[in-house]
Design a protein around this ligand. Sequence first.
Ligand code: PLP
Length: 414
Amino acid sequence: MKTKPKPAAAKAPPRRDPLSQRCNSIEESITLALTDKVAQLKAKGVDVVSFGAGEPDFDTPAHIKQAANDALAKGMTKYTSSSGILALRKAVAAKLQKENGLSYDPQTQILICAGGKQAIFNVIQAMLDPGDECLLAAPYWVSYPEMVKTAGAVPVIVPTREAEGFKMTPRALDKAITRRTKLFIHCSPSNPTGIVYSEDEQRALARVFVDRGVHVLSDEVYEKLVYGDAKHFSIAQASPEAKDLTIVVNSFSKSYAMTGWRMGYAAGPASIIGGSAKIQSQSTSNPNSITQYACITALEGDQSAIGMMRAEYEKRRDTIVQRLNAIPGISCIKPDGAFYAFPRVDRLFGKKHSGRVVSDANVLAEMLLDIARVLVVPGPGFGAPEYVRLSYATSMKVILEGLDRIEKFVRELV
Ligand code: PLP
């Protein structure tokens, strides 16, 4: 009897990459990855000095913590309006009016988010389509290009020169704008360079983007951290036309030492804020309810902690810059804001320590961690391969110890 031939085994479908192309196209945040690495080393008992984290070493002021306790006690533990409670949106509008001379409708022009980062992400998702171009001055904050890529848009990097204070010039901005340019992300005070654009410089840039009809996302999360004679002037203040094209992003993280609380906001044209709110309503729903109540107190309560923190950062800045410039092969401009030093280190490239060659800033950072037990963030992630970033949001004692270690390492290079 003839047996029926067995059917050929069904062919397994071709294996598909479980990750999207969009996910594969972006890099992890280098600063967050390095922060985790230091935490792991410290947990193993390794004595590491970290200049990595961009977060204040100060505690959140007591009256803000108390406001969170009060909100908890009152049972403010439910979902809120997706755009944030109206009382906080009104407090943000009052702050922007009083401190920046910018007037916004709290109902339609302000969005409360889980940190400045979520505000930037929402605005990018709301505004950019695949193929749109988004301008960034290099050195830039590590997250901007990656966020732009998550929208399928193209980050267009405009290099700046240290000799010009790492600042985007009106000419360079004008030259970089094409028919596809939809957004320019502008950061002052800047992470990673700490530079602060003056009022005149902001006005000159504003004339260009108003003339060319390009929107600007103005990242002002370091607004309160300016030193010496430097003053923060929002690019949205340049003219009514500039304000109409600008989305201001700010945060409670750096000003009030509230990084872990996750609270920030965006203010701008109702159409863009509405679009960003729609994105938020379909992702995180609303920012943390308790934090929102605490942030009303942050804005309306005693502001003296900011002055205290700023004075301390300024002393640290002076020390770190002076010490870095005293190390052979390293040079560092004196930044006017934020809490980062951004020294140029390429004169160390090609030198050796313990048989290893400092071939670039990534390797330098690796060797500093392995040999000197100091964490610095390498510049390539900021679009600046000749530099490294040191955060001075850490105590003076730690800063001095870290600089001693860096100096010893550099002096041992051959
Ligand atoms: N923008 C810049 C330039 C930053 O450096 C950071 C944080 O490091 C943020 C935005 C986001 O801060 P957060 O999400 O904590 O408000």
